[in-house]
Design a protein. Structure first.
Length: 32
């Protein structure tokens, strides 16, 4: 795997995790 490929994968994972956290926080905020 190339370095660029690794960073591309890392960024996608970070974005996916951030989106999941934001979605969870948003849902919790609405419930409160």
């Amino acid at each position: 795997m190339t370095k660029k490929g690794v960073w591309d994968l890392v960024l996608k994972v970070i974005i996916a995790v951030a989106s999941a956290i934001a979605g969870a926080l948003g849902a919790n905020a609405m419930n409160w």
